[in-house]
Design a protein around this ligand. Sequence first.
Ligand code: KG4
Ligand code: ZN
Length: 365
Amino acid sequence: MASILRILGIETSCDETAAAIVERLDDGTAMVRSDVVLSQLDEHSAYGGVVPEIAARAHVEALDTLIDEALKRANVSLADVDAIAATSGPGLIGGLLVGLMTGKAIAKAAGKPLYAINHLEGHALTARLTDGLTFPYLMLLVSGGHTQLILVRGVGEYERWGTTIDDALGEAFDKTAKLLGLPYPGGPAVEAAARKGNADRFDFPRPLVGESRLDFSFSGLKTAVRQAATAIAPVTEQDIADICASFQKAISRTLKDRIGRGLQRFKTEFPKTAEKPALVVAGGVAANLELRRTLQDLCDQNGFRFIAPPLNLCTDNAVMIAWAGLERMANGVASDDLDVQPRSRWPLDQKAETVLGHGKRGAKA
Ligand code: KG4
Ligand code: ZN
């Protein structure tokens, strides 16, 4: 008879408080029973970025209610779940403490095992929940705090092939928006402005293009944007649109080169995969249509499938944390002791070298 594993997931690593109930059947298929997310965007927008203390307080205030809501929507009680999965890093330490302590308290009170989940592992495994993807595959994580190309070999087996050596891609969008006087978060504002702009007006640099390493760099691009804007100040609405369009074009070119090399490396290392090889995208910047077009073209040219999970599962959520917990359970990975500690820094690939400058904001994934 088919058995079902059911888990409560909790996510509090940055500025989204989230809880979810997810199930996994014997055949590996998933069923999302509930998915509750409360964004703190309004609390932080006045400051132009996430304020850690405000984030932690907001998690404390919301989390209990959100967990109740997730249980209610799934029509289950704590007695009906097999385990608790809580994000334990990387992220803002205050928020991580709130989520992990809550997870521990529930696990202890309900007598259930606890899984301390790496937030990046949540992003990395989401495509198995949405698309039933088989290992190995490549994952591009592009968010406000991370820009990484990761080889996903299996549950708990990750290799970081590339990372940013300075700003994360979302951060580059946010900083560009700020210096052009566009609202926070900058990504959607830059994308909207770019639609009306001339992408050929400014020839912005394409950092690291042509280099064989697979890393990324975006801070030079941001500096070039500042110089261009200063040189033509005061900028008109059309100038802003042209800068944004040219900025996105430079990013597309850079990503094409960097990720194109990643796809080639994948084909060399895995000449025979059971299915057509796949590139998965995750993180808030995955909302950007120009980026999606670029990645789709690149995949078409290289014989890859391009997989972009629905946006609510690309950005931060508790479904992916629950799913990572289920994958661990199904693989017979032992649960964590209740003295497990949150970790603000927690690379997915433990063997990867620390890259200076990468993830300065460190917290956001
Ligand atoms: O994954 P996410 O929601 O949060 C974390 O970073 O944890 O990503 C947020 C980032 C922000 O930097 C935001 O500006 C960027 O994603 N973003 C976009 C777009 N929508 C959100 N960047 C470019 N184009 C967009 N449409
Ligand atoms: Zn994230």
